[in-house]
Design a protein around this ligand. Structure first.
Ligand code: X8Z
Ligand code: ZN
Length: 621
């Protein structure tokens, strides 16, 4: 006679729907999904079983995420072989749990479930960004590769064309590109950094194979389909939404591209920057050409009008890294949100430590999913750091607001919301706000200053749009197999050319792996979230300004100190992912669709000015 325990296991195996070709994970995986306890002749799972399963899954996931976040934070702030291995082990345990729990959740699908249980199980299905195959050996391999790619990126250095020169890290190489002084030095920095990624191509290719296998075992056609399925609509509809939003903003980008290219041609010569061709990527002030802020002095509409140089103001006031973050916290508390816990300041990494490798790419962490929040940055006191600190604090305040919810609700309404919170707040860092907090004595307000300010913002926000749109276009094509490994690099540059209108400074080949030189590719962080955020932050800003009673043009609004707007914002954060994102958006804005008219409204003055400047010019490439 079979014992109840054996029956439980058999039922669990049947529910898991394990493919016969791959061993089921039960025997090997240490963290098991909650089992159903049934007696002989089981009548099949009930709605109560499903609820119990959902509750237990929430509890176990919180423990596993806390372990993974903690070991991930250590690995990113102290890169060694050992920390990399510990992070891989925690990730592998989480993967094991998910690849067992998700098929189990599917077995409850046809029951009459209460709405929260149904939603929890749906969210679980699209939870993994890197689903592992059920085979424990393949799972460990995938977790190891994922961890190795992360530390490779953090520790990468360029030591000159012959490998024997002074070794420089990403920050130093980026400074050369930002400075925009010498063509040759910029090409060298660009080629040097991109070259560090070439050796990661094989690892990335294997990550794609194993991640795809994991996604297929969960019932998705490939990993890209899984990623696109997390937006409360069919995956294809989401792709169509992206196209719709891109079509809304493309004319604004094309206008900016056209004007900036002309100024670059004046500086570098039309032989190097031809007026009917894409722009050479190393000239745009940023390693990936995603943020063109560095070009402001070159392209400012009125060179003689006063500009508010935040970097200079921060230096003048000797604002250190912690104080810089405090400015950000001050904005959130001015809205009525809570002060950050002391542990935030004790445990965050604000500056690059001496004597060890760290991943400098800014990030926010929720170490125990119970309020132990941190950020990790390598602050140097620039305006970019100032904006990024607000961005990261947006994540941190989201964590603080939703950590009371069950684990699968402790997420952004969608991942674009998570990225948009801090950026929406930073849109309120207006000239008058900078005066209010004492960084400047007065704010210029004539029409020329407005256009200068608009240009400064556009170089960050508008320039980013096609970049945000294309990264995952590349990955979706890679995951689906439309782009085979033999075309990884060619496909990357095709998209960069077609969508962004940029070209590499030197000829690239398939011996290169340029996508790997961008953090989110080795980090396997889905990127469409940033494109969504680039649109959503203006939509949020418009709604919050309305709540604050602002009446003038959108670009003049700051919600600083406004408790009414703060309450609305906090309510959105507290919802987490408990409702579909359309409901969350409606609660804040009254709208159920993502909509780019807010960003277009915001940049209306610049848009009109660019139209005028570009009249009679051949734009496009
Ligand atoms: O990765 C980030 C943040 C961390 S979530 C610093 N961002 C994207 C990037 O740097 O590529 C913010 C803007 C886009
Ligand atoms: Zn972010």
């Amino acid at each position: 006679m079979k014992t109840t325990r054996t029956l439980t296991l058999l039922l669990a195996l049947a529910l898991a729907g394990c493919a016969t070709a791959t061993p089921c994970p039960e025997a090997a995986a240490p963290p098991t999904a909650p089992a159903l306890t049934v007696s002989a002749n089981p009548p099949g799972p009930t709605a109560a079983d499903a609820k119990a399963f959902a509750d237990a899954t929430n509890v176990r996931l919180r423990e596993l995420y806390a372990r993974m976040e903690t070991s991930g934070y250590i690995a990113a702030t102290y890169i060694t072989h050992d920390t990399e291995r510990a992070a891989a082990s925690a990730e592998s345990d989480l993967m094991a749990f998910l690849s067992e729990a998700i098929p189990k959740a599917a077995s409850f699908r046809d029951l009459d479930l209460d709405p929260d249980t149904r939603r929890t199980l749906e969210l679980l299905r699209t939870k993994p960004t890197l689903p592992a195959p059920a085979d424990p050996a393949l799972r460990d391999e995938l977790a190891t590769i994922s961890s190795r790619l992360g530390s490779h990126y953090g520790a990468a250095k360029y030591c000159g064309p012959d490998g024997k020169g002074e070794c420089r890290e990403l920050g130093e190489l980026s400074d050369v590109i930002f400075a925009g002084k010498s063509w040759d030095a910029m090409v060298d920095a660009w080629v040097g950094w991109h070259g560090t990624a070439a050796e990661t191509r094989a690892d990335y290719q294997r990550l794609v194979t194993l991640g795809n296998q994991g996604a297929r075992e969960l019932g998705f056609a490939d990993l890209g389909v899984l990623w696109r399925s997390g937006y409360a609509m069919p995956a294809d509809d989401f792709a169509a939404e992206i196209d719709r939003l891109w079509t809304q903003v493309k004319p604004l980008y094309d206008n900016l591209h056209c004007y900036v290219r002309r100024q670059l041609a004046k500086k570098w010569g039309a032989d190097r920057v031809p007026l009917d061709q894409p722009i050479p990527s190393h000239l745009l002030g940023n390693m990936w050409a995603q943020d063109w802020s560095a070009l402001y002095p070159l392209v400012a509409p009125y060179k003689t009008a006063t500009t508010m140089d935040v970097t200079k103001a921060l230096k003048r006031k000797k604002v250190d890294a912690k104080q810089l973050v405090k400015y950000g916290e001050g904005f959130f508390t001015s809205l009525g949100m809570p002060a950050l816990p002391d542990t935030f300041y004790e445990r965050s990494q604000f500056t690059k430590p001496f004597g060890r490798d760290v991943v400098c790419h800014a990030s926010a962490w929720d170490a125990d999913h119970k309020g132990d929040v941190r950020i990790k940055m390598c602050i140097q006191g620039t305006e970019d750091d100032f904006v990024t600190a607000h961005h990261e604090l947006g994540h941190v305040y989201y964590y603080l607001a939703y950590d009371h919810l069950p684990e699968l609700y402790a997420e952004g309404a969608n991942d674009g919301f998570h990225e948009a919170i801090g950026d929406a707040v930073a849109l309120s860092v207006t000239p008058s706000y900078l005066v209010d907090v004492g960084l400047f004595k007065q704010a210029p307000s004539d029409e020329r200053a407005v256009l200068n300010e608009q240009m400064r913002r556009a170089l960050e926000k508008v320039a980013f749009l096609p970049f945000g749109r294309l990264i995952d276009q590349w990955r979706w094509d890679v995951f689906s197999g439309e782009t085979p490994p033999s075309e990884y690099n060619a496909s990357w540059w095709r998209l960069k050319h077609d969508i962004q209108g940029v070209v590499p400074p030197v000829q690239r080949t398939e011996a290169d792996f340029d996508p790997g030189a961008k953090y989110h590719i080795p980090g396997n962080t889905p990127y469409m979230r940033y494109f969504l955020a680039a649109i959503l932050q203006f939509q949020f800003h418009r709604a919050l300004c309305k709540a604050a009673g602002h009446t003038g043009p959108l670009y003049t609004c700051s919600i600083y100190n406004n408790k009414e707007a703060g309450e609305r914002f906090w309510a959105l954060l507290q919802m987490g992912a408990s409702r579909p994102w359309q409901d969350a958006l409606e609660a804040l804005t009254g709208e159920r669709q993502m909509d780019a008219t807010a960003i277009l409204d915001y940049f209306a003055p610049l848009s009109a000015w660019l139209d005028e400047q570009n009249k009679g010019q051949e734009c496009g490439w």
